[in-house]
Ligand binder design. Structure first.
Ligand code: ADP
Ligand code: ZN
Length: 658
């Protein structure tokens, strides 16, 4: 949005351009007619051959996943569930939540039932498990009847380790009856924050999941989410009846992500610059607020030579699904999307997440940016933020049709987001504090404010100049938008100024010492701090209660001065906390590229995303260690028994040739 839009009676748009609250495309419909049964039998991903040996959790981790050990609380969580206890798991995206239910599902007798809101991703999740030799399946409306009954039979025969279901399907009587006849090892409720009516991911059927506890009190349950505020946490416990569950709150830091928030000044150009100079040819997500800007931005990036695809809920379902599948399967695509995209996307090598518009809450922002760098390798979270964003978001809240409680909540969320944008302190410390955790005491060294510290300056006088202009106009019974106010303060002789006689005001030209750009930063921060208010109906600026304190000199206004240089992580600079992935020595670049090409071919042949074959971090370790025997390859993190058998000889040959 251009700044002009703020000034020219920028009337709220009809709500349908806005992605919040619309039925998500991945919504499972209860009453969907069953697909015809006369389809050809398929050889889908359901792999019901040999049961993996059930052993201790650590044994299963090594044999199946090829990982040497658990991370953080994983071991304790898994032990609790294996022993039959309920748990609530709060871990950041990429923290390793899936293993918390997948491992116990393999250790305990019976099938682990995973409740997930994302039917569009179930096939990929099952494919990833099948590649590990785990017997997994799903039941949802994308399936044909034959495939479904095949999965049901496997479940009843005890031939499934994991079964994925959407909550809408789980809570229908037929499914409940089916599960009665099966042996259930555990229930994992993924994306458990979907019980929360405050977030944008609310799914009413999550509220009905308390049935699990009533019907199968002896089966352990896990609720898992990456959303960590105390309020959401309390809601999960209450709505899912988890009062007796053990609560695990992980460290929410994502040390490999470099957080950067830049002033919105030619945002598309800045985005292109970011992509070309730091993330050329890499996968990324660009979030926009509106569907129109998603389409425009994707088209524009394409004309600039960036391989970009659009995704929003207004597109037809087929194109949307195709774009999502391409993003997951192909290397180096940029997805331009509304917030309708992203939940459950477990692509590990997303190297950057960019926001072209201000997110509505820190929770949303943290979830969205958390989709970068799940593999633990260095990644960027980049946000462009400006005056118009504050005006627009405040207006969306004011003009929205929520009740007063909702609006107050939304305002609080927005204020926290604005505070993050305007801080002169470490972004990470501020983010973690929002989630009730301590960040690094002396800054993280891997965010823009740590890399290029911004200065703060005394903006009290500037604020008084603007406020007294508003007071003088108020006395005349007049109200104006930001643009005209700044023309007066800066002493700009526009036709409108002349016509209205505003060059006669005593404040005309008192702010000529600051540029237009600097003034906009002043107004933006005053808006963020609620020192002025922009009316939702006509975009006119008015005073607030706090304005008087500033005018009377009772309150000082500290403002942030944007650093001239754009902060960029120094290549050599290591985050103070170590990223999770650690490939050992330096990978051989030639071999790494060879392995990537081999992986792309293999993935295409098998119709799965490349990361299902091996993660980047595994390929990097192989390229560093250069294993020339199956035994040596099996020591690499991410090479479990099934993958060793399937890909081992090919990889060893590649290493020997390389
Ligand atoms: P989440 O669901 O919390 O976002 P995932 O379960 O997808 O995170 O895990 C993120 C990444 O970390 C995955 O690539 C996963 O394989 C890896 N991972 C998780 N736990 C471990 C572990 N103990 N050792 C090695 N890698 C792990
Ligand atoms: Zn920092």
């Amino acid at each position: 949005m251009t700044s002009a839009a703020v000034d020219e009676g920028w009337v709220s748009e009809p709500p349908d351009w806005y992605d919040e609250g619309e039925p998500p495309d991945w919504y499972e419909t209860e009453g969907a007619p069953p697909p015809p049964d006369d389809e050809p039998p398929d050889d889908g991903p359901l792999d019901v051959t040999a049961a993996p040996s059930r052993g201790s959790a650590l044994q299963v981790l090594g044999d199946v996943w090829g990982y040497p050990g658990f991370r953080g609380d994983q071991a304790t969580i898994i032990d609790t569930v294996v022993a039959g206890g309920d748990v609530v798991v709060l871990m950041p995206t990429g923290g390793g939540k899936s293993l918390c239910y997948q491992v116990p599902a393999l250790v305990r007798e019976g099938t682990g039932v995973v409740v997930s809101p994302l039917i569009a991703l179930m096939a990929d999740q099952v494919a990833a498990l099948s590649a590990l030799g785990v017997r997994a399946g799903f039941l949802n409306s994308t399936q044909g009847g034959l495939e479904r009954s095949r999965t049901e039979r496997a479940l009843l025969a005890g031939e499934l380790d994991l079964l994925y279901l959407a909550p809408e399907r789980l809570t229908v009587p037929a499914t409940l009856d089916l599960l009665d006849r099966a042996r259930v090892a555990l229930f994992a409720i993924d994306e458990a924050h979907c019980v929360s009516q405050w977030g944008h991911d609310f799914r009413p059927d999550y509220l009905r999941l308390s049935v699990l506890h009533e019907r199968w009190p002896q089966v352990p349950r896990l609720a898992l989410t990456a959303t960590a505020t105390a309020a959401t946490r309390a809601e999960i416990v209450e709505k899912l009846n988890l009062d007796d569950a053990a609560m695990f709150v992980a460290d929410f830091d994502r040390p490999n992500i470099c957080y950067r928030i830049v002033p919105k000044d030619n945002p598309r150009g800045a985005l292109l610059n970011l992509i070309c100079t730091e993330h050329d040819g890499q996968a990324g997500i660009v979030y926009c607020l509106t569907r129109a800007s998603v389409d425009e931005t994707a088209a524009w990036l394409t004309t600039q030579g960036v391989a970009a695809l659009p995704y929003h809920a207004g597109m037809d379902a087929r194109t949307r699904a195709a774009n999502q599948a391409r993003f997951l399967r192909e290397d180096g695509l940029v997805m331009v999307a509304t917030i309708a995209f992203g939940m459950g996307i477990d692509k590990p090598d997303v190297r950057f997440v960019a926001h072209l518009d201000l997110p509505k809450s820190v929770e949303g922002y943290y979830q969205e940016t958390g989709r970068a760098g799940r593999d633990g390798l260095p990644s960027t979270a980049w946000l462009a933020y400006g005056l118009a964003d504050v005006v627009q978001q405040r207006r969306l809240i004011d003009a929205g049709d929520g009740d007063e409680v909702y609006k107050r909540q939304a305002s609080r969320h927005l204020d926290a987001m604005l505070a993050l944008c305007e801080t002169v302190d470490c972004r990470r410390t501020q983010l973690l504090r929002y989630f009730g955790q301590d960040g690094p005491a002396d800054g993280c060294g891997n965010c823009d404010t740590c890399l290029v510290p911004p200065q703060d300056w005394d903006g009290t006088l500037a604020a008084q100049k603007l406020l007294s202009t508003i007071v003088r106009l108020d006395r005349r019974g007049q109200r104006y938008g930001v643009g005209h106010l700044l023309d007066i303060v800066r002493g700009k002789q526009t036709p409108r100024v002349a016509q209205l006689g505003h060059d006669q005001l005593s404040t005309f030209g008192v702010g000529a010492d600051l540029s237009e750009r600097e003034w906009r930063a002043v107004v933006r921060q005053m808006l963020a701090a609620r020192l002025v208010h922009v009316e939702s109906s006509y975009s006119t600026v008015r005073l607030t209660e706090a304005s008087g304190e500033v005018l009377r000199g009772e309150r000082q206004v500290r403002l942030r001065r944007e650093p001239a240089a754009q902060p960029r992580p120094k290549r050599a600079a290591q985050p103070k906390t170590q990223p999770v992935a650690d490939g050992g020595g330096e990978p051989d670049p030639g071999l790494f590229e060879k392995l990537r090409t081999w992986r792309a071919d293999t993935a295409r042949e098998q119709g799965v995303p490349a990361y299902v074959v091996f993660h980047d971090s595994t390929l990097r370790e192989i390229a560093a260690v250069r294993p020339t025997s199956l035994e040596a390859l099996s020591q690499v993190s991410g090479v479990g028994a099934a993958k060793l058998e399937r890909y081992g000889p090919g990889v060893v040959t590649l290493v020997e040739q390389g």
